[in-house]
Design a binder for this molecule. Structure first.
Ligand code: ADP
Ligand code: ZN
Length: 665
């Protein structure tokens, strides 16, 4: 008897023999200990062959012919550790994302289960801080949405509800309406907003709600995972990997803010948690709700074509008005400082007087992105990545936001030797400094990756905002998303231009979503809100749609372009990234690759490149990419596999495949 055993490593399964005494107990999904290289390793049985003559085990790696197989050493659990559902999902993920099954397993199951760590006592848990919110009676819009959701027990729903339309309450009631014993997964795009979501779910489900996040200790993670698997938990809330929550009786998946780019993992297994959620719902034959105020073009298109059931809510709770949006033309406006217009500063001052709160978004942390010599124009780039370093004033370093390395700033230009170095551009630290100087009476917190490194520190900052201990929250993306602060009446974008000008086919969509989301944080309570967007490009078409809260108009314009260029949703993309140690190697090998690709024929598939990636170098590797475009996902994957295979690449090239890339940088 043989077993295929999968490990959480970048590989397919390995085959072992099953000794007599384990044969009756070993099952698919069992955890086993097996010899591996010169020691032992824990893995999961993914296939069993009870009758070696009849069936061959699929998808094995690393077994050469005629090698005598080693036996499984021991069985670690009485009941199978992973259910068939999760194994099927892992299999789907590895197929779809063209990745090794082991890598999918690694993302799906906490590593502690393979290293023999024990469940531990929870440390400080978020539970202790949970805040009760009030139970609400549904509005008519919410009732209608709920009864539509409850009318079927499978399929995809897109709830397209403007900011502040009460989507969260619909999610909660949809979970409440599940048959007894059924469980739910709630995915949120950003750890910083989970706090408020958890509070609201706990109001209905108490401690049957658990929170999967990266800040958990090993012990906590094991405990939560086991509780989830044993069915003593009703709801799992989390970012990306919560989509693999090991429920055995899942009834519903909710993906809040489905359009968010952060659902996609950028390294290792490049999966989109939203798309894996859709796949899981289909595999388990259950319902899934995608929610958004600004759906991704893909989702809205699917709704238009009847693939998703569409629920529209176009009014805020209590018919509160959507915020007025003012575009501030920074080429004309009087500026009090480098980053802030007089108009915005006045509005903020007025808001402090009125005891209302404000939110400011700036999409870049640090002090200033350009440390530039005004004499010769020299700027500093990361020596390992071809991107500009960002000056951080608090540490007096120039940091690379890609690889994390840093340099000390020099007092004179390394290029021309003069001392004409200035800072251009702005980051959150600089705005913080300017706000302190211009509005001394303002009390505020900065929230970005630099200030939230400690466990759950976002929650503390969010609490201060909720309890009105501060007047203003300044930060990166994390302030724009999902929060519900009823006393915020001003939401502002410091510099819209970076978002508008990314070299990517989705940049307009992302910008529209970001500004609409941010504006949507204002005026959610009794007082109406206003949004200010500072830009050097006030005539950009995106602003007309943001100003008028016109999603449909934006969609129609954008979908036309996508169609013309046959970008998603009219096609699927696969991006193949080739990485090289040196530029010379890259040039030489790429020339060969190009020549070979030109001789290949691919029906129905458009092959673009290879060309240098817009970010040419990351972590000292030179990057080129090839983009494949086609209508049929399977055909596209087959072609990608074929190309990589036929290129007969050597070890000098590292290949990274990104299925459904969400940026092409
Ligand atoms: P969305 O997720 O659509 O942006 P939320 O679910 O955060 O909106 O709801 C916006 C605000 O309206 C929240 O403060 C919420 O507590 C409140 N709210 C939601 N539903 C109701 C209701 N039925 N009655 C009163 N207030 C509600
Ligand atoms: Zn770098």
């Amino acid at each position: 008897m043989h077993a295929n055993v999968l490990f959480p490593i970048n590989s397919e399964a390995f085959t072992y023999t099953v000794p007599e005494e384990l044969r009756s107990d070993i099952k698919i999904g069992s955890r086993v200990e097996v010899p591996f290289k010169r020691s032992y390793k824990t893995g999961i049985v993914v296939a069993l062959d009870r009758n070696p003559q009849s069936a061959s085990l699929k998808k094995t790696a690393g077994q050469k012919k005629n090698i005598s197989l080693k036996p499984v050493k021991s069985l670690l659990d009485v009941d199978p550790f992973l259910s068939i559902n999760i194994l099927r999902l892992i299999d789907w993920v590895s197929q779809y994302y063209m990745s090794a099954s082991g890598l999918a397993l690694k993302n799906a199951v906490p590593s502690a289960f393979f290293t023999g760590k024990k469940a531990g006592k929870p440390r400080i848990m978020y539970e202790e801080e949970a805040k009760k919110s009030k139970h609400l009676n549904l509005t008519n819009d919410q009732k209608k949405a709920l009864s539509e959701i409850n009318s079927v027990d499978k399929g995809v729903f897109l709830i397209h509800g403007v900011t502040g339309s009460g989507k969260t309450e619909i999610y909660i009631k949809a979970v409440t309406s599940l048959p007894a014993g059924k469980q739910a997964i709630v995915l949120v795009p950003e750890i910083a907003i989970t706090g408020q979501m958890i509070d609201r779910f706990r109001t209905s489900f108490g401690n049957d709600v658990v929170f999967f996040h990266s800040g958990l200790s090993t012990g906590e993670r094991i405990t939560q995972w086991q509780r989830t698997r044993n069915g003593t938990v009703k709801v799992v809330i989390g970012v990306r990997s919560a989509v693999f929550a090991p429920f055995n009786n899942l009834g519903l998946i909710i993906v809040d803010e489905e359009q968010e780019a952060s659902y996609k993992q950028f390294e290792g297994l490049r999966y989109s948690a939203r798309d894996v959620a859709l796949a899981r719902a289909k595999l388990e034959n259950i319902k899934i709700i995608l929610g958004s105020a600004t759906p991704s073009l893909e989702a809205f298109y699917a709704a238009q074509n009847g693939k998703f059931r569409y629920i529209r809510i176009d009014k805020r709770i209590e018919k509160r008005p959507l915020p007025e949006v003012e575009i501030i033309d920074m080429t004309k406006e009087i500026k009090d400082t480098f980053s802030l217009s007089a108009k915005l500063v006045d509005a903020l001052k007025q808001n402090v007087k009125e005891r209302s709160q404000s939110l400011i978004l700036l999409n870049r942390r640090g002090y200033s992105p350009y440390f530039i010599c005004t004499d010769c124009g020299h700027t500093h780039k990361c020596p390992l990545c071809s991107i500009t370093l960002i000056y951080h004033k608090d540490t007096n370093t120039m940091n690379c936001h890609y690889c994390g390395s840093w340099l000390n700033p020099e007092s004179k230009c390394p290029e021309c030797g003069r001392k004409e170095i200035t800072y251009l551009g702005t980051g959150t630290q600089r705005v913080e400094e300017e706000l302190n100087r211009l509005i001394p009476e303002l009390s505020f917190k900065r929230m970005d990756r630099d200030t939230t490194q400690k466990k759950l520190s976002h929650h503390r900052i969010v609490r201060q905002m909720e309890e009105k201990k501060i007047d203003l929250l300044l930060g990166t993306q994390m302030v724009a998303k999902g929060h519900d602060f009823p006393d915020v009446t001003i939401a502002a974008v410091i510099s819209a231009d970076t978002a508008l000008n990314l070299p990517d086919f989705r940049s307009a969509e992302r910008a529209f979503q970001l500004f609409t989301q941010l504006a949507g944080r204002a005026g959610r309570g009794v007082l109406p809100g206003k949004a200010y967007i500072q830009t050097y490009e006030p005539d950009h078409f995106v602003f007309d749609f943001v100003r008028n809260h016109n999603y449909k108009g934006f969609y129609e314009r954008e979908i036309g372009q996508r169609k013309e260029l046959s970008y998603p949703p009219f096609s699927k993309l696969i991006r193949i990234i080739f990485c090289f140690r040196t530029k010379e190697k890259a040039n030489k090998i790429i020339a060969g690759i190009s020549a070979r690709i030109r001789t290949m024929e691919h029906k129905n598939i458009e092959v673009l490149g290879p060309s240098p990636a817009p970010v040419e170098k990351i972590r000292n590797l030179w990057r080129w990419h090839l983009i494949l475009k086609g209508r049929n996902a399977k055909e596209l994957r087959r072609t990608a596999r074929e190309i990589v295979h036929k290129l007969e690449l050597t070890r000098e090239v590292k290949v990274d495949i990104d299925v459904d890339p969400i940026n092409l940088l």
